[in-house]
Design a protein around this ligand. Structure first.
Ligand code: MTE
Ligand code: MO
Length: 197
């Protein structure tokens, strides 16, 4: 006999080809934060990129906006197994921040107001695959979702999309970020279920 308790949400294998293995479709937008929510005013916001050789660039809010934001519509996938389809964002492609930089780095460590970090292969944030996003659903990005600006890397599990992002450090060798240091995957491709290691 099959027994379902009233609160049980069946996690049947989905027939939706856009749903990675082990994920279910979420209609809300859960907030997942390890620690406090930093409150950063746009006027105080700064974003730096530092190469493996120590070359450093910095943008303020206006400078970031001048780089040419674009609209993004994308699915997102959290390692805790929710996926959300068709989310709408506005943000600056990470490529714009890297343009003309002299680097032979293969990895990047994203840093945030509040101290969170996450590591990614550089190729996963180049080529139009990642953004510094500052609008969600046509509105300024709410603080609990990483406003005023967060990294958006939708093709990887959402823990790679660092909220309140304020730096990218280019690295020759991969270095574990906050969750990666606690056992999460160094890469995090939801289609390969790269959840933990
Ligand atoms: N700075 C910061 N970024 C973060 C986190 C965090 O705790 N701090 N959590 C990560 C995790 S585990 C997830 S699933 C997503 C959640 O984003 P959301 O709260 O907008 O849904 O943010 C990621 N980025
Ligand atoms: Mo997460």
């Amino acid at each position: 006999m099959a027994v379902f308790s009233p609160g049980f949400r069946g996690r049947r294998r989905s027939t939706n080809p856009n749903l990675p293995p082990g994920q279910y479709e979420e209609s809300g937008f859960p907030v997942l934060t390890a620690g406090i929510t930093p409150r950063i005013r746009e006027d105080d916001w700064r974003f730096t990129v530092t190469t493996e050789r120590g070359e450093r660039r910095e943008w303020d809010w206006a400078g970031m906006q001048a780089l040419g934001p674009e609209r993004i519509t994308t699915d997102i996938h959290c390692v805790t197994s929710w996926s959300k389809f068709g989310t709408e964002w506005r943000g600056v492609p990470v490529d714009r921040f890297l343009d003309g930089l002299d680097t032979s780095a293969s990895f990047v460590l994203a840093g945030c107001y509040g101290g969170y970090t996450t590591n990614l292969p550089l190729d996963d944030v180049r080529g139009g695959k990642a953004w510094v996003a500052f609008e969600y659903d046509g509105q300024p990005l709410p603080a609990e979702h990483g406003g005023p600006a967060r990294l958006l890397v939708p093709h990887l599990y959402f823990w790679k999309s660092a909220k309140w992002v304020n730096s990218l450090t280019l690295l020759e060798h991969d270095r574990a970020g906050f969750w990666e240091d606690l056992g999460y995957h160094m890469h995090g491709d939801p289609w390969r279920e790269e959840r933990y290691r």
